[in-house]
Design a protein around this ligand. Structure first.
Ligand code: ATP
Length: 556
């Protein structure tokens, strides 16, 4: 697979994920939270390299969105200001936003094993006869699924790609443990070739769906045992973490940890318009923690219970929705490419109307910027959602706070008072970091490290390393001077220990794009070798030019 610019898409597979998770642990990118106590499900810590990587991502976003906002459709920089709100807010905020009553995932319990899972994560392997004609088989199966007559074997997964992986990897064991008399002979995306006592059968992997569970729960087997009639109907489960403020823990002191940063922006809409000179169209941007008590946290940091969001609420006149929606959708997609997600593993997906959130159905649209993570392949997982939220949130806050029409915006140019519409590009900093890690990971048996992290220089946790070739002849002193100068601007490392090959290997694993080596020639002509991580090319560069060289390569 290759992109228009010819970049090969890194092949994302589960084994790659296992290797990446091991590298993250070994080199200090990401650790399990509270590891010495056995960890805590859904929480992750960023180690010395990981914290630099994640900060680089957030700082690039802040610079490109707030300080140096992109040019809008009219070619002029868009108006954007920043905000930093509290995690705990008056709980009425969550009543107004709909989260207190509606931020629910339908959950299903297995009565026997007591395991709980999300209804939308139940995938079925529907089984039908085999005629040798894939098209006819598929049509017959779809009809049988609709009629409820196709036997089904259930798997828990986020996408049909992940379901296929579960079956591919654990297929034999999975079916044997559950007493299913089938053998899997081939899996192609969602289409499966099976055998039952030598007889060929076909199978289709598809979501079971909350509707089917609600209508005919008795016919849906447990994903844990394949036993029938043990699943409950889907029930709502609120994802917000509750907490209390003050000394007395009762109903009146109860509030929540925010499940998104967006509502803090809406709650401050008037403060911002009253105190800054922004005029519609303008945006408010925020980076901050969000908390969701996800039922099945999984896939490393992809679905965590504590994570960071990078959100923009862009306020517009209702008539401008289509134009600004298209602008942000395309601009955000390009941004992810600009920080290194250049392969075909990145895609933009426009939602079908029936997928849209309640507030967005009437709007200009919703799209997801998605990445093909190793654990979603061949499917994709959401990195960022871009949605036209209409004026839903401001209207809700106007009503619930009692402020009413005072929350409307007065547009001097139009001489009109109205609730602005909102285009919201909402991204995850942790999912972004994970996508950057996945994209960077490259096996390379020719290198001593066996692996190289090809981070975009802007993202790389260590921008450059300075090595004295040997620990004598004045070389360490020269290296130290250069190191001390560079570290004022960038995160750089100096390494004197071990042979040069091992030092390069460490930097390849950390994804350091440039290594500068002070050698014997430096002593006579003040030049150093610079080694390029991706091409392994080496060239000589004057010591006095290193700072310019890095500035050009990094601060693109
Ligand atoms: P999903 O469908 O995967 O649960 P969502 O559509 O609920 O995600 P949003 O509410 O749109 O997500 O949140 C915006 C962004 O926040 C997502 O695109 C994602 O990058 C990030 N995000 C949401 N939930 C999580 C989570 N549990 N862990 C890590 N990041 C998350």
């Amino acid at each position: 697979m290759s992109t228009p610019d010819g970049n090969a898409a890194p092949v994302n597979t589960t084994s790659k994920m296992d290797k990446l998770v091991a590298l993250c642990r070994r080199r200090g990118f990401i650790f399990q939270s509270s590891e010495i106590y056995g960890g805590i499900n859904g929480f992750w810590d960023y180690g010395p390299l990981g914290v630099e990587l994640k900060r680089n991502l957030k700082e690039a976003w802040w610079r490109d969105i707030v300080r140096c906002a992109p040019n809008g459709p009219d070619g002029k920089p868009v108006d954007m200001v920043g905000l930093d709100c509290t995690i705990i807010m008056n709980r009425k905020v969550w009543e107004a936003s709909g989260h207190a009553s509606g931020f629910n995932d339908p959950m299903v319990d297995d009565r026997e094993s007591k395991q709980r899972f999300r209804a939308d994560q139940l995938f079925g392997l529907y089984v039908g006869p085999h005629t040798g004609d894939a098209v006819a088989d598929r049509a017959a199966l779809l009809a049988a699924i609709a009629a409820g007559t196709a036997p089904v074997i259930t798997v828990i997964a986020s996408t049909s790609g992940e379901a296929a992986e579960v079956l591919e990897r654990q297929g034999k064991k999975f079916l044997k443990e559950r007493n299913v008399p089938l053998q899997i002979s081939e899996i192609a995306a969602d289409f499966v070739l099976l055998k039952e006592r030598g007889e060929p059968r076909t199978g289709l992997l598809a979501p079971v769906g909350a509707d089917l569970l609600r209508l005919r729960p008795m016919e849906v087997p447990s994903p844990f045992t394949q036993k029938l009639a043990v699943l409950t109907e889907p029930r709502q489960f609120n994802l917000m973490f509750q907490t209390h403020t003050g000394a007395i823990q009762d109903e009146s002191s109860m509030t929540y940890l925010r499940p998104e940063t967006a509502q803090g922006i809406f709650a401050n809409f008037r403060n911002v318009t009253d105190t800054s000179r922004v005029k519609i169209p303008f945006g408010i941007a925020q980076i901050g923690k969000a908390f969701r008590n996800e039922v099945t946290p999984r896939n490393f940091t992809f679905r965590s219970r504590e994570f960071e969001q990078m959100e923009i609420e862009f306020f517009i006149h209702p008539s401008q929705a289509a134009e600004w929606y298209a602008f942000w959708r395309d601009s955000r997609f390009k941004w992810w490419q600009s920080i290194g997600l250049t392969s075909a593993n990145l895609q933009l997906r426009e939602h079908d109307r029936d997928e849209l959130a309640h507030y967005a159905r009437e709007g200009a649209g919703t799209s997801d910027i998605e990445y093909r993570f190793p654990f979603t392949a061949p499917g994709f997982g959401e990195l960022e959602g871009v949605a036209h939220r209409t004026d839903f949130d401001l209207r809700q806050h106007a009503q619930f706070s009692g402020i009413g029409d005072k929350l409307k915006y007065f547009d001097q140019q139009r001489n009109e008072r109205y609730f602005p519409h909102v285009i919201e590009p909402s991204a995850g900093a942790d999912r972004g970091t994970l996508a950057v890690l996945c994209e960077a990971y490259h096996d390379d048996p020719a290198r001593p490290s066996g692996v190289v992290m090809k981070f975009h220089p802007r993202m790389a946790p260590i921008k450059a390393a300075v090595f004295p070739l040997v620990d004598k002849d004045g070389m360490p002193e020269i290296a130290e001077n250069i190191f001390n100068d560079l570290r004022k601007t960038w995160n750089v490392e100096m390494d004197v220990k071990q042979n040069i090959g091992k030092r390069y290997a460490r930097m390849d694993e950390a994804g350091t794009p440039f290594c500068f080596t002070v050698d014997t020639q430096t002593l006579t002509d003040q030049t150093l070798t610079v080694r390029h991580r991706d091409t392994l090319a080496q060239e000589r560069i004057a010591a006095s030019q290193i700072r310019n060289f890095l500035a050009k390569k990094i601060d693109l």
